[in-house]
Design a protein around this ligand. Structure first.
Ligand code: ADP
Ligand code: MG
Length: 250
């Protein structure tokens, strides 16, 4: 296992580099010989059928999973060994009856102040500033369980952007979001990527979004099947084989 700044050659400025990565859980090989480069400022979409190992790969990059191989980072102008990584997990379910508000959610993630004292004015302003990054100031007093899929994703995104990361990782941010919401969320991710100069690695099953938004698509099924531009991957025989041979099972 090795995490460090990469020394190998890469044509572009490479922010996250995964080389020869394998993950074994018990007797199962979940990932094998994965190679993946996320260049600085790029949006990379990780696609593959259910059970292909997409979430496992994200968790491995996040340092939550044992692996063999190399994961390396390089952030221009920074000497840090590890970049800051923001993570939006696959949509957690919140109970609509649960009284937790967006403000409460931020407060418990960001503040050490006991909840019964209520948030300070400064904390409320800080949360408003965080929500402003996703145009979501109006959500601050809403109950988390009553948010639409798109609103919940924006709140989780705002949480992942504090502090501002170098790499933003999202696991299926479009699932549970309606079609209009999907474009709005992708537009927002694109805007955030450019405004804050960060790289995005996300998993999705919504392939129609990819040509417009992704710089690179990586198709995995326990190992990398094909990677390249959206049109290259989506138009490939390998893509057809993986998704149609399996009866369209995503
Ligand atoms: P995807 O996100 O592509 O649907 P996952 O990464 O969630 O796939 O899972 C890939 C495979 O790894 C699945 O077969 C899953 O059952 C298995 N897996 C994931 N996490 C664990 C774990 N902690 N223990 C055992 N098997 C796991
Ligand atoms: Mg998954």
């Amino acid at each position: 296992m090795n995490i460090g700044n990469h020394g190998g050659s890469c044509h572009h400025s490479c922010c996250l580099r995964v080389q020869n990565l394998s993950v074994q859980i018990g007797s199962d090989t979940i990932l094998k010989d994965i190679d993946l480069h996320v260049h600085c400022g790029e949006m990379v979409a990780l696609i593959g059928p259910n059970g292909a190992g997409k979430s496992t790969l994200l968790k491995t990059v996040l340092g939550q999973q044992e692996y063999s191989g190399i994961i390396s980072f390089s952030v221009p102008g920074q000497r840090t060994r590890r970049p800051k990584i923001g993570y939006v997990p696959q949509s957690p379910a919140f109970d609509p009856g649960d009284p937790v508000t967006v403000m409460d959610l931020f407060a418990c993630c960001m503040s050490k102040r006991p909840a019964f004292l209520g948030p300070s004015k400064a904390m409320r302003q800080k949360v408003l500033d965080c929500l402003d990054r996703v145009h979501g100031e109006d959500l601050i007093d809403k109950r988390v369980g009553t948010l639409s899929g798109g609103e919940l994703q924006r709140v989780l995104l705002a949480l992942a952007l504090e502090p501002l990361p170098n790499v933003l990782i999202l696991d299926e941010p479009l699932s549970g979001v309606d079609v209009e919401g999907m474009s709005a969320l992708m537009d927002m991710l694109d805007e955030i990527r450019q405004r804050y100069d960060l790289s995005i690695l996300m998993t999705t099953h919504d392939f129609a979004m990819l040509p417009k938004y992704a710089d690179q698509v990586v198709l995995i099924d326990h190992t990398v099947i094909i990677s390249g531009t959206p049109l290259h991957v989506l138009g490939s025989d390998a893509f057809y084989q993986v998704f149609h041979r399996k009866g369209g099972l995503l």
